[in-house]
Design a protein around this ligand. Structure first.
Ligand code: G4P
Length: 285
């Protein structure tokens, strides 16, 4: 869904998430494993405050495994637990209830100390930017299809708890947060990974960004996918080399740059270029 975020919307989204915090024990901060920083809400620390938080690196099936490992270490160094998951197939999802329980064990130990013998299930809320996989994860945890509320702050319905096994309950509506807007690179990374729709940024610009990144970090994938002898340093020459290999030509015999952009972005999003991460803790791109 395409969303228009205005300051008023942002304030409302923040308020809606914060209202839900009082009902839950732990927040699941859902990030895109391929771009964990760019898919992060810039105010998340302020929004969640002291609420225990589990970082979930979703779509890990599409991300570079070695880089995802680096991210997990990075979060651990910051005192946060991060888990790589694939909400679509369910990989990693079974660990969530146990991990959530572990996060709140002190709070529950206190409840028991006060004489509450059978503590209730751990209550969790999924928060994240649009298209990061919140609904997919909710459905996966629920084991059935839960109707999606519109991707708009302010679209409310009665909230319900979804039982996830015996030990966890999940709010059926996620907290929808906005991405970072200030940084141009963030916009490109979100576009490359499909988190923001293609109408928003120019396809050729996004493909230029992607090809520059791939040339620097995954050159061998470009060489083999497009059967190139080398990677031209000049981006126009790279578009032309790919275009000629893939027969993206205009009526006049020139290279159709729009078509090249479309092919490259589609290849990235459908994993034709393999598993890719566009941000690593060690990289400053
Ligand atoms: P949202 O609620 O946070 O807005 O995201 P949603 O669950 O709608 O997921 C957005 C897209 O990401 C969906 O694809 C969904 O299938 C895909 N997705 C979610 N989790 C994963 C994952 O772990 N791995 C992979 N590979 N994809 C994931 P879509 O193209 O919008 O729809 P469709 O392809 O499911 O039809």
């Amino acid at each position: 869904a395409t969303i228009q975020w205005f300051p008023g919307h942002m304030a409302k989204a923040k308020r809606e998430v914060q209202e839900k915090l009082k009902w839950i024990d732990v927040a699941f901060e859902l990030l895109d494993a391929r771009v964990p920083m760019s898919s992060r809400n810039p105010m998340i620390d302020e929004i969640l405050g002291q609420k225990p938080r589990l970082v979930l690196l979703n779509k890990a099936d599409m991300a570079d495994e070695a880089v995802t490992e680096q991210w997990i270490r990075y979060f651990r160094e910051q005192g946060k637990t991060a888990i790589a998951i694939d909400a679509q197939s369910g990989t990693g999802v079974r660990q969530l209830a146990a991990a959530a329980k572990e996060m709140v064990k002190d709070k529950f130990a206190k409840m028991r100390a006060k004489g509450i013998k059978n503590p209730r299930p751990v209550r969790a809320l999924i928060v994240g930017i649009p298209n990061v996989g919140k609904s997919t994860l909710i459905n996966r945890l629920a084991g059935r299809h839960i109707a999606k509320t519109g991707d708009k702050p302010g679209v409310t319905k009665a909230q319900q708890w979804i039982k996830v096994g015996k030990e966890m309950e999940l709010l059926d509506t996620p907290g929808i947060l906005w991405p970072k807007f200030e940084d141009e690179d963030v916009g490109y990374k979100l576009a490359v990974t499909g988190a923001i729709k293609d109408e928003i940024l120019n396809g050729q610009d996004v493909a230029v960004y992607a090809l520059r990144f791939l040339s620097a970090h995954y050159p061998e994938r470009l060489l083999s996918r497009y059967d190139l002898d080398d990677i031209p340093a000049d981006i126009v020459a790279l578009f032309e080399a790919i275009g000629r290999r893939r027969g993206c030509l205009t009526a006049g015999g020139g290279v159709d740059y729009d078509k090249v952009a479309e092919i490259v972005l589609s290849d990235i999003r459908t994993e034709k270029l393999g598993r890719l991460s566009f941000e690593a803790p060690a990289l400053r791109t």
